[in-house]
Design a protein around this ligand. Structure first.
Ligand code: ADP
Length: 607
């Protein structure tokens, strides 16, 4: 919570109140004083007026008779008497000729002047005039004195009351307001503090004043704020946990496209830290995103960028993101929606969720690969069945043909031809039997599970060579076996057959008139060890180096055989995870058959 920048000013409420009170009180005093003075003024004016009137009432007649008699002393005596009256400044009695008696000082400023005619009582004739001048200066002086008295006494009274009010108000209100302010300032939402208590007498509930009410309401507000804060915090924690624990990745982007937030799953799936996503840390140069066809996705085509630009959702967008830690692509299924979290809708975000579909995608790819392989195998099987039926048909045709001859010759009693017919039928049956045996052998590879073991190719080669040498149906040949043939993990029975096939071919396809020379050797390559069987026989045209491995393929039908041997070799080696191929410069230049075993398999054996 930010600290308040406010400081109570010099005046404060109490002082402002007191100043206002002084001003108002002064104003009231001034108005009241003015009214009072005005009334005093009126009263004094009346008083002066009545004194002047008294001159007329009391002295007009006697002065008139003194003037008629020209009794100047008498008139002067009366005038002197009048002058004694308060506020009477000057009196003169005159007839038409001159002033007969006068008293006091003539003045023109701040005076009231009255003239009374003197009339002869009997004749009613005007004989003179009294001029009386009353001064207002005394009246003004009295008013000034009174004003000063009122103002001074009121000022003293007001200042005393104000001082008292200042202290009393501070004691009663302002010091508590300061306590309340510092209490509010000390409040933090996350910890529950003591209740607010003021340093004053506690009023009973039915006798509470405004401060009690404020304190009570503040304490209620503090409790309810604290409760609301805890509820909000708990809800926030729950949502944050959910956000971080969900398996789906979630990312928020702001209007400018900057990532505001990302959950744990998003970081794990993308292989990026939040700092990297927010651009605060360097993004690995390896990081990139691709479409399913492998083409790179530009920033503008990202689902969240599209959502921000078009303000529309983007659903089920599949993309690959390179995981810098795992050095491979993770495939994700992304949905992006526009989101306005602020009440006024001013803040526009893109809310993207994504699921890691790498495994599903791999499974899909594996399934597709399997389907492709199955299709190839099916096509292979079709060809295989076709080839087999074709190959089996030949001896059957022979048998059928010679059976017919046999019947004809028996009927015609041509005994000399019978043994020839039977010989042909026999030979066809033998061919068919051999073919069927070899086909069974081909079918068995991969079908019947073989027990695998560690096999020393040197031992295996020695045994096969020995059995060939001891076979009377085979000619004597020179076979050389290299010392350092590798060991492999595989089926002894099948690998023996492979070696025997290759060696028998090397003998069978030797160049007529040239003593067969055969070598079993090894060529070590980086990831595999290659065993080879080399001969100096008739050689193979490079055009046929691959074809000879297909079933029933024979390059020279005049040389005996079924064309199954190399197909068996190929299938066995493939079954062992290796590969086989033939090399030859062409006819008459000998041939070499290579069998490569992967190094991993060899290491397994070594360990
Ligand atoms: P078969 O030996 O029964 O004819 P194979 O499948 O073993 O059948 O061999 C297929 C064909 O490959 C042979 O008919 C032959 O034409 C050719 N061939 C195999 N081995 C050699 C070799 N060492 N030298 C020359 N040609 C060979």
């Amino acid at each position: 919570m930010p600290d308040s920048q406010l400081r109570v000013n010099q005046r404060g409420i109490a002082r402002t109140l007191v100043v206002a009170m002084i001003l108002f009180s002064s104003l009231i005093t001034l108005v009241a004083t003015a009214i009072q003075l005005y009334r005093d003024y009126q009263r004094d004016l009346l008083l002066i007026d009545s004194q002047l009137q008294q001159i007329q009432d009391s002295h007009q007649r006697s002065l008139a008779s003194s003037l008629w008699l020209l009794d100047e002393d008498g008139m002067q005596l009366i005038v002197d008497g009048i002058i004694q009256l308060p506020d009477i400044l000057y009196v003169e009695v005159r007839d038409d000729e001159k002033i007969r008696a006068s008293g006091g000082q003539w003045q023109t400023d701040n005076v009231i002047e009255r003239e009374y005619n003197l009339v002869h009582e009997d004749s009613g004739q005007r004989i003179g005039m009294i001029t009386a001048v009353a001064t207002l200066e005394n009246l003004y002086q009295r008013l000034i004195d009174k004003t000063v008295d009122i103002l001074v006494s009121n000022a003293i009274k007001t200042f005393l009351v104000a001082g008292f009010m200042l202290l009393f108000f501070h004691f009663l209100v302002t010091r508590h307001l300061i306590t309340i302010a510092s209490f509010i300032r000390s409040q933090t939402l996350d910890s529950k503090s003591e209740e607010l208590r003021l340093n004053r007498k506690q009023n009973k509930a039915d006798n509470a004043d405004e401060l009690d009410l404020v304190v009570e309401e503040l304490n209620i507000m503090r409790s309810s704020l604290h409760r609301s804060y805890l509820t909000l915090k708990e809800s926030e924690t729950r949502h944050r946990d959910l956000f971080d624990m969900m398996a789906q990745g979630v990312i928020y982007r702001d209007q400018q496209g900057a990532i505001v937030s990302a959950n744990n799953a998003a970081r794990e799936i993308l292989g990026l830290s939040l700092g990297q996503m927010q651009g605060k840390e360097d993004l690995s140069s390896e990081w990139r995103a691709i479409y399913e066809n492998g083409e790179p996705i530009q920033d503008a085509a990202f689902p969240s960028t599209l959502t921000l630009r078009l303000e529309e959702p983007v659903d089920d967008f599949v993309m690959g993101v390179f995981h810098p830690g795992e050095k491979r692509y993770r495939w994700i299924l992304v949905s992006s929606k526009p989101w306005n979290p602020s009440a006024d809708g001013a803040e526009k975000l893109a809310f993207s969720t994504f699921t890691d579909i790498t495994r599903r995608k791999q499974a899909d790819q594996e399934r597709e690969q399997l389907i492709r392989e199955l299709e190839i195998k099916n096509a292979e099987l079709e060809r295989f069945v076709y080839t087999i039926s074709h190959e089996l048909k030949a001896p059957l045709v022979t048998i059928a043909g010679f059976s017919g001859y046999l019947i004809d010759n028996v009927t015609a009693n041509r005994k000399e031809k019978l043994s020839d017919d039977i010989m042909h039928i026999n030979s066809a049956v033998k061919t068919m039997s051999t073919l069927l045996d070899e086909l069974i052998e081909v079918a068995r590879i991969g079908g019947v599970p073989e027990s695998y073991e560690d096999i020393s190719m040197s031992d295996l080669a020695s045994r096969v060579v020995e059995s060939i040498r001891s076979d009377p149906s085979l000619p004597e040949v020179w076979i050389e076996i290299a010392q350092d043939l590798p060991s492999v993990h595989g089926s002894y029975r099948q690998l023996e057959k492979v070696l025997r096939n290759l060696l028998e071919n090397a003998i069978k396809f030797s160049e007529p008139g040239r003593a067969p020379l055969i070598k079993i050797g090894v060529r070590r390559q980086e990831e595999e060890d290659v065993v080879f069987v080399q001969d100096n026989g008739i050689g193979i045209d490079p055009a046929y180096h691959e074809r000879i491995f297909t079933l029933f393929e024979r390059l020279d039908p005049s040389i005996g055989g079924t064309g199954v041997g190399l197909a068996i070799v190929h299938r066995v080696i493939e079954q062992h995870g290796g590969r086989v191929w033939a090399e030859s410069q062409g006819e008459g230049s000998g041939s070499t058959f290579f069998i490569a075993f992967p190094r991993q398999q060899l290491d397994q054996v070594a360990s």
